[in-house]
Design a protein around this ligand. Structure first.
Ligand SMILES: [Fe+2]
Ligand SMILES: [Fe+2]
Length: 317
């Protein structure tokens, strides 16, 4: 596969590995993407109960992501606190995807070999799993499906962006993939009846997801997800990825990173990692593939390999 995004005029360098600033919030983008009235959305979303809070550990790790002065030691402290998390991270670090010549046996080694930002992303993924588990109100099967879809989209996005040789922000793509559908999880949690009606309309009557959500709830899962991202103080680029994951062209910035999330989301559904399998017949002429300068036939060819890597990686979470 050729480097992604090589034909695009919007390329920007990946920030250096130690400095997590590429996920820092920018600017006017926030106001640009506030297309939905926050107050109205909050009222609607709260109608069936409080909105979920971010787990503490996610909060801590996110503030490290956004703090340009954060140190490896700060991350170590958060991780070491949780022995389960430490061993999980070591298993992931030793998986084929992160192939290293020698076994990674300690957290120090993992940070040194994988890099600060990758470890941050993996820590977030692991903590986010806890968040999914907390949603008692959502049926167990639904939570599992959502988690499988989210973690698979995250790794697919990471794999696609990895080939861009530094043009794309691999961590933003990974975290965007991980959290893109968080709005759906909250709809399932706060509006279980409406959620079931939405699923029936889509799965049994072939209705369009966003139109059905608008019809039944008055907002879409992207709107609600972006609203939550602001409530949780997630970095602005992540909020953009969540808001625009079904339409990367509407992203006010980070358009190519969002294109990766958009594409990875559809590939995850193509591989059956969603509520319903949605086959992608061809990637020829696909706007995200075109924008990223990817070779559609090669990408399709590589899917089998990506699929087995994702299956291996996600079993560690
Ligand atoms: Fe979605
Ligand atoms: Fe999705």
């Amino acid at each position: 596969m050729p480097p992604a995004g090589q034909n695009s005029p919007n390329l920007r360098p990946l920030s250096d590995d130690k400095n997590p600033s590429s996920l820092e919030g920018d600017s006017e983008a926030v106001t640009q993407i506030k297309q939905v009235d926050d107050a109205a959305l909050e009222k609607l979303a709260r109608a069936a109960g409080d909105l979920p809070a971010m787990p503490d550990v996610v909060d801590k790790v996110l503030s490290l992501v956004q703090d340009p002065n954060s140190e490896v030691e700060d991350l170590k402290k958060v991780i070491e606190h949780d022995p389960g998390l430490t061993s999980k991270l070591l298993r992931v670090a030793n998986s084929a995807y992160y192939q290293r010549a020698r076994e990674i046996a300690s957290l120090n080694q993992a940070i040194l070999t994988l890099g600060f930002k990758t470890l941050l992303s993996l820590t977030l993924a692991s903590s986010t799993k806890t968040m999914f588990d907390q949603y008692n109100e959502v049926a167990r099967q639904l939570r599992q499906k959502m988690w499988e879809h989210s973690i698979s989209t995250a790794f697919l996005a990471s794999m696609i962006s990895r080939q861009s040789k530094g043009v794309l922000d691999q961590d933003l793509c990974f975290l965007g993939g991980l959290l893109h559908d968080v709005g759906k999880l909250v709809i399932g949690r706060n509006f279980p009846t409406q959620f079931a009606r939405i699923r029936t309309a889509i799965d049994q009557h072939g209705k369009d997801q966003r139109e059905t959500e608008e019809e039944i709830l008055g907002f879409t899962h992207e709107n609600l997800g972006a609203y939550l991202a602001r409530e949780w103080n997630l970095p602005v680029p992540l909020e953009i990825a969540i808001r625009c994951h079904h339409d990367f062209e509407s992203a006010p910035e980070h358009r190519l990173d969002v294109a990766v999330v958009d594409l990875a989301n559809r590939l995850a559904s193509h591989l059956g990692w969603n509520f319903t399998r949605k086959r992608v017949e061809t990637l020829e002429g696909d706007p995200a593939v075109l924008a990223l300068g990817l070779d559609p036939a090669r990408l399709m060819d590589e899917l089998d390999d990506m699929q087995s890597q994702v299956v291996e990686l996600r079993q560690h979470f």
